[in-house]
Design a protein around this ligand. Structure first.
Ligand code: ADP
Length: 487
């Protein structure tokens, strides 16, 4: 099946250019100018479709699928050579309350509690209607993904949650790759391909109504796609330190957990059309990332029982406090770093940890003494910390830091540690949208034909995003954007 509705090639065309941009898309063969091929000059193409989706992370893939489910065609643009964006790096889980998986596991949760946790975690700065939409529809999103063939059978707890609601594959494996591969497989089955290495550079509009986009391939060939609607799902600007510092000067010199494509393009393109920005200064650091390269160690490691210890071998914070609080606590330790500390039992409880061990990210010891020697921390201090913590687990109360969920005590080796420090993780501010995922101007007027979903949007997470809410956000609002853009 052709990817495009009434695929039209209106400008000068080059088979070479289209072949490289539309790998596997099928469709009609455009006429070719032999002269252009021989000269290999950049050219301009014009195509037409119903909806253009800019960015093939979780939000973009979910929205494109909903466009197709509504009987319309979409062209999906992705500037990187591969799909998935930051979504591919998401590990901990997808938050949802009142799912079939929770009820099978005997977890009693409520959408209202999910709403309250999200607002509280965001310091009540979140836009309430967006949070309502998120928390009311996340369970549906999980059921939708399960129906599409995804595995979300393991449920754990992440920071700031009052219940176990972070859904991920069996064994606690990383959630992002599962979301991306589930959506991608279904899209491919439906004959929808992503145009990789193709960067959207401008959203077109006429008399305030969006009419399409301009994009460029890696050779500099320009492509204009005319469409009835455009969905911006370009993710955040966590890999654009200049832009971060422009909005929040405290972030000068921070590393990032982000993939290189997270440069804020969608925000810049929408600003050209007069889009409003919501809470753009709100940028989250993830507390546990590797000091040298910002590689993220999932919050689920702490959720499953790991401790955070400093160079004195002592705990210094409730490990499952919200990310802003834990980040600040780590930064105030010696060197601005700390150690995640866990044993074999915790490692066995979470598939992601196995990956860290295999990649050589952990320091290991058969005994606490052996590990302590490598870390250059007094072994008796670590032993004392572990014994005290085990006492809290037995008593059901952490009188030092008030950690609410202590899933297991730490009894017996092997023992592991990972040195961590905070890095820029999620840009929580972004484009202003309403609950239909329509982009709004500064004055709150709808920009006709322009939709946005995912990290590019502001207001869903307020002043601090809870772990597991990004994945819920991209699927819930990605679906809404796709459904409404298709109308
Ligand atoms: P989200 O979680 O909101 O879906 P992701 O970071 O997972 O965000 O995905 C966003 C995707 O958008 C990334 O794959 C990124 O490379 C892509 N992208 C960013 N800017 C552009 C652009 N100008 N044109 C095409 N794709 C883009």
């Amino acid at each position: 099946m052709s990817l495009f509705k009434n695929k039209k090639v209106l400008g000068l065309t080059s088979a070479l250019v289209l072949a490289s941009m539309l790998v596997g898309c099928g469709g009609t063969t455009p006429s070719t100018s032999t002269e252009d091929i021989e000269n290999n000059t950049p050219e301009e193409q014009v195509l037409e479709t119903d909806v253009v989706v800019i960015g093939a992370g979780g939000a973009g893939l979910a929205s494109a699928l909903e466009v197709r489910n509504a009987g319309k065609e979409a062209i999906i643009l992705e500037k990187m050579p591969v799909v998935g964006g930051n979504t591919l790096r998401a590990t901990g889980g997808l938050n949802a309350a009142e799912t079939s998986v929770q009820s099978e596991l005997g977890i009693e949760d409520s959408k209202d509690k999910f709403y309250e946790d999200t607002m509280k975690g965001g310091h009540d700065k979140n836009i309430p209607e967006l949070v309502k939409t998120l928390t009311q529809n996340a369970a549906d999103a999980v059921e939708w993904l399960i129906d599409l063939g995804g595995d979300f059978t393991n449920v754990g707890r992440l920071g700031g949650a009052s219940n176990d609601r972070a859904h991920r594959p069996e064994g606690g494996d990383p959630v992002g790759p599962e979301v991306v591969s589930t959506l991608r497989t279904v899209l491919e089955d439906k004959g929808m391909e992503v145009m990789t290495n193709t960067t959207a550079t401008e959203v077109l509009s006429e008399d305030g109504v969006v009419t399409g986009v301009v994009a460029e391939d890696e050779e500099g060939n320009e492509l204009t796609i005319l469409a009835d609607a455009v969905i911006i799902s370009t993710g955040g600007f966590g890999a654009n330190s200049e832009m971060q510092v422009e909005y929040n000067s405290e972030l000068e010199g921070f590393g990032t957990t982000n993939h290189p494509g997270a440069t804020g393009d969608g925000i810049k393109m929408a600003l050209e059309l007069g889009a409003g920005l919501t809470q753009i200064k709100e940028i989250q650091t993830h507390p546990t990332t590797l000091p040298n390269d910002g590689y993220m160690i999932t919050e689920a490691v702490r959720g499953n029982g790991a401790l955070l210890i400093n160079r004195d071998g002592e705990r210094f914070i409730d490990e499952i406090e919200t990310r802003d609080v834990v980040s600040e606590a780590i930064l105030s330790q010696e060197n601005g770093t700390a150690f995640l500390f866990f044993n074999q039992e915790i490692a066995d409880s979470l598939g992601a940890i196995d990956g860290y061990i295999k990649r050589g990210l952990t320091v290991e010891g058969e005994t606490i003494e052996e590990l302590a020697e490598t870390l250059e921390i007094p072994a008796d201090k670590i032993t004392e910390t572990v014994e005290k913590y085990n006492g809290f687990v037995a008593a059901g109360e952490d009188t030092d830091f008030n950690r609410a969920d202590m899933p297991r005590s730490i009894e017996g080796g092997k023992y592991y540690a990972i040195q961590v420090t905070p890095s820029v993780h999620h840009t929580m501010g972004g484009l202003t949208i309403n609950t239909d995922a329509q982009v709004l101007t500064e004055d709150g007027e709808v920009i006709e034909g322009l939709f946005a979903a995912g990290e590019v949007v502001g207001g869903v997470h307020g002043g601090n995003r809870l772990g597991g809410n990004a994945l819920a956000d991209i699927v819930v609002f990605g679906r809404i954007a796709g459904q409404n853009a298709a109308k």
